[in-house]
Write a protein that binds this ligand. Structure first.
Ligand SMILES: CC(C)(COP(=O)(O)OP(=O)(O)OC[C@H]1O[C@@H](n2cnc3c(N)ncnc32)[C@H](O)[C@@H]1OP(=O)(O)O)[C@@H](O)C(=O)NCCC(=O)NCCS
Length: 195
């Protein structure tokens, strides 16, 4: 085996890493797009690792820590370099970093059609558990970040809000059958408006 150097992912690695995942049969979907990975890197950049083999990307793993559990995603080693200890080196380094963050348990999921990889994880101390995996995709538009996250904002009212607030007071203070309804100005002057 040549020299293996494990280091954090850098954007220059992106195409090589995607090609590696693709050739290893791992999903390359929205979460692995540039936007998806940017979101991941904002959170824990130091857990996305690549293995350089003789100066080229030959392995990668996407680790995550949610504050409770560590997670392993998308571990792959170039087919030409398997069974030489690279997968172990990547996982050992990821586990070391997770431990340093206070993580006490690491989880991972193996696709049903990829059961051949289970003995590899067992060699590294992982055990299977009888769990039912459930999932739900949340619609998300990576292009409009603000709209996606800021649905509720609270701020102090200003004078500009008065017409809208007065109209709300009319609706709240007068039942639908109250005729005639006061204008917003009349409503603001009405003592019932303060109820
Ligand atoms: C799984 C994978 C990352 C392993 O990488 P690797 O660099 O070949 O693994 P290592 O050489 O570090 O193997 C560590 C140990 O596991 C053993 N091992 C590796 N793959 C194995 C397999 N498929 N079955 C049984 N044992 C395996 C090795 O012989 C070694 O044993 P040792 O402790 O006696 O030395 C690689 O096979 C891969 O990229 N697979 C395709 C992608 C994939 O399925 N990823 C997992 C998604 S959940």
């Amino acid at each position: 085996m040549g020299v293996v150097q494990v280091r954090e992912f850098a954007w220059d690695d992106y195409e090589a890493v995607v090609a590696l995942w693709d050739s290893a049969g791992l999903t390359v979907g929205p979460s692995e797009s540039v936007e998806g990975l940017q979101l991941k890197l904002e959170r824990d950049r130091d857990l996305f690792l690549v293995a350089e083999l003789d100066g080229r990307v030959g392995g990668a793993v996407l680790g995550a820590f949610d504050g409770r559990r560590g997670w392993i995603y998308h571990l792959a080693v170039d087919e030409r370099h398997r069974y030489q200890g690279t997968g172990r080196v990547l996982l050992n380094e990821l586990e070391r970093r997770l431990r340093a963050r206070g993580c006490v348990k690491v989880n991972l999921l193996v696709a049903a059609d990829n059961a051949g990889v289970v003995p590899f994880y067992e060699r590294l101390g992982y055990r299977s558990d009888e769990l039912v995996f459930m999932e739900k995709w949340l619609e998300r538009d990576f292009a409009s970040d603000d709209e996606g996250t800021a649905s509720l904002r609270v701020r102090l009212a200003t004078d500009d809000d008065l017409p809208f607030l007065a109209a709300m007071l009319v609706e709240a203070a007068y039942p639908p059958w109250a005729e005639p309804k006061p204008t917003p100005e009349e409503a603001l002057a009405d003592p019932r408006a303060g109820r």
